[in-house]
Design a protein around this ligand. Structure first.
Ligand SMILES: Nc1ncnc2c1ncn2[C@@H]1O[C@H](COP(=O)(O)OP(=O)(O)OP(=O)(O)O)[C@@H](O)[C@H]1O
Ligand SMILES: O=C(O)C1=C[C@@H](O)[C@@H](O)[C@H](O)C1
Ligand SMILES: [Mg+2]
Length: 180
């Protein structure tokens, strides 16, 4: 345990949560952080801090490329930290370099659900640069699923489960694997 009261292990051993928009990545990282006394961070919030603007502002003013560069820079900077739970932006798997960085630093957990799960759970779709018309969103979902699957070390199914069930299941799995 470090002097902030968080559990840390030797070396860089983060757990990264990936999945489509609204899958529950941030909620799960926060819940597991509380349960297992692990510090959690969110790559979208870290990118906003680096860019000094919101994700949505960055997409509109500077374009997606600028945001993706910031997202990769955020991951690189996590090399200097220990034992974090990291909820990732939905598009983190778009860059091969990001996937390498995550595997170099720890384990990747994919929260797998349906497009309907995302549509139900997502808040303020009007503020999401990444939530387009229903056809665009379906195409993005279909493009992303194999990328998440290919990158995942572990898969947690979310369909029909409450946050508590998802946290319990993911927590038990990661604990058994010595990752928490
Ligand atoms: N298992 C669940 N059942 C029902 N609602 C959930 C569940 N998990 C998360 N939620 C709710 O769904 C919404 C999206 O969750 P969250 O922000 O954790 O998802 P996310 O994957 O981080 O999304 P984003 O793409 O916005 O980063 C929140 O309102 C959250 O309270
Ligand atoms: O799925 C995506 O491409 C994105 C998801 C969000 O978490 C943000 O990272 C951003 O809006 C892009
Ligand atoms: Mg989130």
């Amino acid at each position: 345990m470090n002097n902030n009261g968080y559990v840390t292990h030797e070396g860089c051993d983060h757990v990264f949560f990936v999945g489509f928009l609204g899958a529950g990545k941030s909620t799960l990282a926060r819940n597991l952080g509380r349960l297992y006394r692990r510090r959690y961070v969110d790559t979208d919030r870290l990118a906003e801090r680096l860019l000094r603007k919101t994700v949505s502002e960055c997409f509109h003013q500077d374009g997606e490329g600028r945001f993706r560069d910031a997202e990769t820079e955020v991951l690189r900077r996590l090399r200097d930290e220990r034992s974090l739970l990291v909820s990732c932006g939905g598009g983190i798997v778009e860059r091969e370099e990001n996937c390498h960085l995550m595997h170099e630093m720890g384990a990747v957990v994919f929260l797998r659900g349906s497009l309907q799960d995302s549509a139900r759970q997502i808040q303020h779709p009007e503020k999401r640069p990444d939530w387009g018309s229903s056809g665009e969103t379906r195409a993005l979902f279909e493009h992303r699923m194999p990328l998440y699957e290919r990158t995942a070390d572990y898969i947690v199914e979310i369909t029909g489960k409450s946050f508590e069930q998802v946290a319990q299941e993911a927590g038990a799995l990661l604990w058994e694997e010595g990752l928490l």
